[in-house]
Design a protein around this ligand. Structure first.
Ligand SMILES: Nc1ncnc2c1ncn2[C@@H]1O[C@H](COP(=O)(O)OP(=O)(O)OP(=O)(O)O)[C@@H](O)[C@H]1O
Length: 353
């Protein structure tokens, strides 16, 4: 889809911003460029839509050298979302979203109707369409930026640190929204960030750049966590990478223990830890040894939803007051208990088997 072939760039006699980059970006997937500040991520991204021209090498989109296409026409085939949102302050939200379709000659009423639909797509209230960008929160502005990039239905979306100016909670929401959208739209997305966690959440593949514009590793996130190619990548992906890598491991095959449950209102017999459940069989909390009724109940501990990762399975056990994680099915009903050692045994079996 997008291919960098031996691409280099140096600005005004300085250091190499991008050094002999060879990279194939998969169609319909999210590719994340990640790395410390100044390592050439934005420069590489901007070479795709000719906002920056390479000194040597070629960037191909669908087999065509982008330098052979007029820059303005090329850019209209690619959505572009940037950190600041880049919205036009004197235009309403709807008119901002309709910008590219209007440039492409779509009549005003039709472009506005499409813009209205896109508000829904990115999870914004219809009523916000009449406002101006300054009357929106940072997270809302970023959603408008995504809607605007999608307006002409381009096959490629270029996103340059689009979520870095919003707080961590909104940022996590926007990441999940983007993944949801991508499941429906299957665009080719190139996403720049300096946040390795964001890269791991979003990327089907992650390109880790090092200083001097060198591509250090290009692989799916699980592989980068499991097998960083060198000390730079290992340091960049962080200390708890072993634990985070479990987030990409399936928990299928994990043996659950039967749960000793007590329904609210029933006598709480038994000696050890007992799990209190509501009338629908959903977990309410734990009764410690000796506790007779729900006045002695302790809550806390994450739930392990069946089908999710080993990371969540282990976390449910480690965070549980009883030391056993609570596994639930999709309806939230208790399915059994997770023992940390069972998780470790499964990891071990994967290593040796
Ligand atoms: N227009 C420019 N003129 C001169 N030097 C530039 C220009 N744009 C970028 N550079 C330099 O090129 C190098 C790569 O910059 P680039 O913005 O691509 O890095 P980045 O990895 O995206 O960094 P950041 O995460 O800080 O945005 C840096 O050393 C930067 O100072």
């Amino acid at each position: 889809m997008v291919r960098f072939s031996n691409v280099s760039k140096r600005y005004g006699g300085g250091h190499l911003a991008v050094a002999s980059l060879d990279l194939d970006i998969d169609r319909g997937a999210v590719t994340v460029f990640v790395g410390p500040s100044g390592c050439g991520k934005t420069t590489s991204l901007r070479m795709i839509n000719r906002m920056v021209e390479p000194d040597t090498g070629t960037v191909l989109v669908d087999g065509t050298d982008v330098s052979r296409r007029p820059a303005a026409a090329l850019r209209r085939t690619m959505g572009y979302v940037m950190q600041s949102g880049g919205l036009l302050p004197h235009r309403t939200v709807l008119d901002n979203i309709a910008t590219v379709p209007r440039l492409n000659g779509v009549p005003k009423a039709q472009a506005r109707r499409r813009a209205q639909e896109l508000l829904d797509v990115v999870g914004l209230d219809q009523e916000l369409g009449r406002r101006y960008p300054a009357q929106l929160s940072g997270g809302q502005q970023q959603r408008v930026g995504v809607a605007r990039a999608l307006a002409a239905d381009p096959p490629i979306l270029l996103m340059d640190e689009p979520f870095s100016a919003v707080d961590p909670v909104v940022r996590a929401e926007l990441q999940q929204e983007l993944l949801r959208l991508q499941r429906q739209l299957a665009k080719t997305i190139v996403f720049v960030t300096h946040d390795i966690d964001e890269a791991m959440v979003l990327g089907d593949k992650v390109a880790v750049f090092a200083s001097g514009g060198r591509l250090a590793q290009y692989a799916p996130p699980a592989e980068i966590l499991r097998a960083p190619v060198d000390d730079f990548v290992a340091a960049f992906v962080g200390r708890d990478r072993g634990f985070r890598a479990l987030g990409f491991e399936s928990a299928d095959g994990l043996q659950l223990e039967p749960a000793v449950t007590v329904r609210a209102g029933e006598p709480a017999g038994g000696a050890g830890w007992r799990l209190l459940v509501d009338d629908d069989g959903r977990p309410a909390g734990w009764l410690p040894p000796g506790a007779r009724d729900r006045r002695g109940m302790v809550t806390g501990g994450s739930l392990f939803v069946l089908g999710s990762s080993l990371r969540l399975a282990l976390d449910s056990a480690l965070s549980s007051p009883s030391g056993k994680g609570v596994a639930v099915d999709a309806a939230g009903t208790v399915a059994g208990l997770v023992d940390a050692e069972a998780v470790l045994r499964l990891i071990d079996a994967g290593r040796t088997g």
